[in-house]
Design a protein around this ligand. Structure first.
Ligand code: SF4
Length: 360
């Protein structure tokens, strides 16, 4: 077992789907929030549990939204997720086909599924659409359920196709034996890898995790105490007892590496000339806010003589955007109730604001 430069751990080789993901080059294609399972650790927010589709943060109205988002990200592949993407198989297949047709055969696509709906017919549809890698997340923590039995049967059927097959499960502390069971099952079937995720809490799974006695590693982290250790134990065991490849994907990898790399790829394609791209891949610029935006715009251009190309009237966000240096000069020159701020935003479709500092 070795630690990767992405703050994760690997036995053998990193799964193909993960290689592009760590570099922020995988589009996250969420084809539906519908899922036949109700895992206690499910991190999905309530509005994502509906029948909605997103390419990264961008809602999908039609396939052009997927293409547009993949171009902005300069994506080299996609991870198809949900919910269970097989709950809306025809939509999922259409999206996979669209990506392959527009970005070529080498655009690597992997997909996550519970396995419950992975009938021969559905697997065939995915395979024919060009899916490269399939990752199964069966209900291993409920081994006596009918759902789990069916999922395991379906997974066996996936070996009739020539694609990479792996497992994907969270490292739930105290459940190491179940994960080992699954690793042995995958190994016996001839799967390629098992990807284990460090368990994290989200707003939605917090109560369920707390009621099981699970806690976070610190106040600043969403990672669950004991999960990393549990994952490491499995990797050590797996290295000795199976011939699978393993990857332990940590919360730190997702936050510090994967997200940052994705933001950087996107930032250079969406930054306007007055925006700075920070080391974290966020966009930094200044904004002026005032009740009557048109009046302010007029004042900046005609009285303060700011060249129009330095200003962007953002009516949706009710502000005028500009370079930080310009705002720093204006803040002393303009009197009245105009407020100036330096803001930092994600370059994503939803443009989450991560910082706002008033200019005084
Ligand atoms: S299978 Fe995934 S999407 Fe479905 S409930 Fe479990 S964690 Fe949530």
């Amino acid at each position: 077992m070795k630690e990767t430069k992405y703050h994760s751990y690997v036995v053998g080789e990193l799964p193909e789907g993960c290689k592009l993901c760590v570099n922020g080059a995988k589009l996250v294609l969420f084809t539906t929030g519908i899922c036949p399972r109700e895992c206690f650790y499910c991190p999905l927010s309530p509005w994502r549990r509906e029948d909605v589709s997103y390419a990264n943060e961008r809602p999908i109205k039609n396939v052009n939204d997927i293409i547009e988002e993949a171009k902005i990200q300069e994506a080299l592949g996609a991870g198809v997720t949900g919910g269970d993407p097989l709950s809306r198989i025809d939509r999922t297949v259409k999206y996979i086909r669209t990506l392959k047709e527009n970005f070529g055969k080498r655009f690597h696509i992997h997909l996550y599924t519970t396995g419950l709906l992975a009938t021969k017919e559905n697997l065939e549809k995915l395979y024919n659409a060009g899916l490269d890698e399939i990752r199964f997340h069966p209900d291993i923590f409920n081994p006596n359920s009918n759902i789990f039995q069916k999922e395991i049967e379906n997974i066996k059927g996936a070996f009739d196709f020539e694609w990479d097959i792996g497992g994907e499960v969270p490292a739930v502390p105290g459940q190491e034996e179940r994960i080992k069971w699954y690793a042995e099952f995958l190994d016996k079937q001839g799967a390629k890898f098992l990807n284990i995720n460090e368990l994290e809490f989200s707003e939605t799974n917090l109560d369920a995790l707390l009621s099981r006695g699970l806690r976070t590693v610190s106040d600043e982290s969403s990672a669950i105490k004991g999960s990393l250790k549990s994952g490491l134990t499995i990797l050590e065991w797996g290295e000795k007892n199976t011939s699978l490849n393993y990857h332990l994907c940590t919360a730190k990898l997702k936050d510090a590496i994967q997200l940052k790399n994705r933001l950087k790829r996107m930032a250079k394609n969406v930054a306007r000339p007055y925006m700075e791209i920070t080391q974290d891949g966020t966009l930094k610029f200044a904004v002026a806010e005032y009740e009557n935006l048109m009046e302010l715009y007029d004042l900046l251009v005609n009285d303060a003589k700011v060249p129009e190309e330095w200003l962007y009237l953002n009516l949706k966000k009710r502000r005028i955007e500009m370079p930080i240096e310009v705002a720093e000069e204006l803040v002393d020159a303009i009197e009245g109730d105009v407020k100036f701020y330096v803001v930092e935003e994600y370059p994503t479709w939803d443009r989450i604001e991560v910082e706002r500092i008033p200019l005084l």
